[in-house]
Each structure stands twice: as C-alpha cells, then as structure tokens.
Design a protein around this ligand. Structure first.
Ligand SMILES: NC(=O)c1ccc[n+]([C@@H]2O[C@H](COP(=O)([O-])OP(=O)(O)OC[C@H]3O[C@@H](n4cnc5c(N)ncnc54)[C@H](O)[C@@H]3O)[C@@H](O)[C@H]2O)c1
Length: 255
C-alpha cells in the first residue's frame, strides 16, 4: 500500500460560509493543498473576494450565493457548481450563526435560525451533494462542530443544541455513507477569534477568560489553527477515519 498523500490536487472543495473567518481559512487551506474551491454564502460579493484570493494561489474558484436553510437555494447552488466543475469531492459544511441570549429571552425565530443554519443546513447540503459522491464512490464531508457540541455554556442554548446535532448527524451519515466510499467527519474548535465572537471577546472578556483558563496551550485559537485538521480530513491520509469529531481546542476537552 503506498504511503498516503496529504495533497488535494485536482479535487474540488465546496465551503459553505466560505466568506467568513473559518470558512475563508478553509478555502485557502484547501487551495494551498491543491484543490479548486467553491466559496458559498449568502453574500456572493464577499464570496468573490475569497474566490479571487484562491485564484491568486493558482487554483480555479467560483463564488456562489447560497442560503443553506433553503432547499431551493441549496439545489440551485448544487446545479451551478456541478455545471461549472462537474463534481464536488470535498464538502465543508461550515456555515453557522449564534444568538447570544438567555434561554428565557430567546424567541422562536432566534431558536430556529441558529438550528436551521448549522444543523438543518448541514443536512440540506449533504442531501444535495452526496448523490454525485455516491455515483463516484468517493467523497469527503467535513462538518463544523464545536467544543459546544459536547459542552454546555450559558446564553448559547440553540447553538449548543445545533452543534450537538451536527456531531451526531456526522456519526449517522458516516454509517450511512461509508458503504458508498464517503468519509464523514467533523472538526470541533474551541474559541477561535473571528467576526462571530470578536465583539464578545473584546467586550465580555470574563466569558472567554473562563474558557482560556481551561486551555492547556494557554491561548485562544487563530483561524490558521484549523487548517491542518481540515486538510487532513479532506486528504487520502485520513482514508480510514470516519464518524469522528476531531477537537481542535488547545486541549480544552482534556481538562
Ligand atoms: N469562531 C469560533 O470560535 C468557532 C468555534 C467553534 C465553531 N465555530 C463554527 O465555525 C463556523 C464558522 O464560524 P466563524 O467563526 O468563521 O464565523 P463567521 O461569522 O465569520 O462565519 C459564519 C459564516 O456563515 C455564513 N452563513 C450564515 N448564515 C448562512 C446561511 N443561511 N447560509 C449560508 N451561509 C451562512 C456567513 O455568511 C459566514 O460566512 C460556524 O459554524 C461556527 O459555529 C466557530
């Protein structure tokens, strides 16, 4: 058996929430490893900025508008991407939102929006893109979990519920899609400073101070800290790994 490669040359990766902090990092990481990249998020103009960065790295890139909570939008994205590239080898379901309110103050719309983007959106994109992977008997799906897939925290009830759903959806789809040659895994970061949380990191330092105090590596994450895990889970090097939640958490989960 040849030594497995960490390269993604000739593959096509699709990243939802691809214009955000961790999504754009994923786009650049997959491109650095050799993949062409589809950058997908509601704001196509912001996706195009990331697509231009990918092209500057010598890869092909396509910016596509998508709302992962809407089947019609996900189906339109799928049709456009398959028309442009003919395949998606790597699907990174990264889109996610938070609603930082107490569980008493949340209203129905807050709850459903957070659940819909992370949990329902992940399933919607897998439902749309798995068939062309099944047809080729190959594919990699990486879902965006969180340390809050397995831990609770105040003022994040729907986020914790949604990320726990993503973790077990990952396992369920790994079981179902494994016989079709598709690996399904998740990454579970702790706090990585992006637009999602920069305001809270800056203005409510006590919240993240509690997290930081539990991190053996002694610092919050930077987006680049996620690159190795994403490329590994997308590459031939992880061929025998599926159904796993890979924590990228500075050791938080070990404490
Ligand atoms: N930053 C962290 O500390 C951290 C930790 C653990 C997990 N995560 C997860 O990482 C993912 C990316 O977060 P980030 O920190 O880069 O935040 P971000 O706000 O920079 O990015 C979120 C992305 O999701 C996209 N998005 C929102 N609603 C969407 C929809 N309906 N359809 C498609 N895309 C949509 C946004 O356009 C944006 O590109 C999220 O799932 C988040 O929960 C982040």
């Amino acid at each position: 058996m040849p030594f497995p490669s960490f390269r993604l040359d000739g593959q096509v990766a699709l990243v939802t929430g691809g214009n955000g902090g961790l999504g754009s990092l994923g786009c650049r990481a997959f491109a650095e490893a050799g993949a062409d990249v589809v950058v997908a998020a509601p704001d196509a103009a912001r996706c195009e900025v990331v697509a231009q960065e990918v092209r500057a790295m010598g890869r092909r890139a396509l910016a596509v508008a998508v709302d992962v909570t809407k089947r019609v939008s996900v189906d339109a994205m799928t049709a456009r991407v398959l028309d442009a590239f003919g395949r998606v080898d790597i699907l990174f379901n990264n889109a996610g939102v938070i609603s930082p309110k107490t569980m008493i103050d949340l209203d129905d719309a807050d709850w459903h929006h957070v659940m819909d983007v992370s949990a329902t959106g992940t399933w919607q994109c897998c439902r749309a893109l798995a068939p062309q992977m099944i047809a080729r008997k190959a594919g990699r799906i990486i879902n965006m979990g969180s340390i809050l897939s397995s831990h609770g925290i105040a003022n994040r009830a729907p986020y914790c519920a949604a990320k726990a759903a993503v973790a077990n959806l990952t396992r369920a789809m790994a079981v179902e899609l494994g016989p079709h040659g598709i690996n399904v895994n998740a990454v579970a970061p702790t706090v990585i400073v992006t637009d999602l949380n920069r305001h809270l990191v800056d203005h409510q330092p006590q919240v993240y101070g509690t997290v930081l105090a539990r991190m053996p590596l002694g610092r919050l994450g930077q987006p680049e800290d996620l690159a190795g895990a994403l490329v590994f889970l997308a590459s031939p090097a992880s061929a025998f790994i599926t159904g796993q939640i890979l924590h990228v958490d500075g050791g938080f989960g070990a404490t």
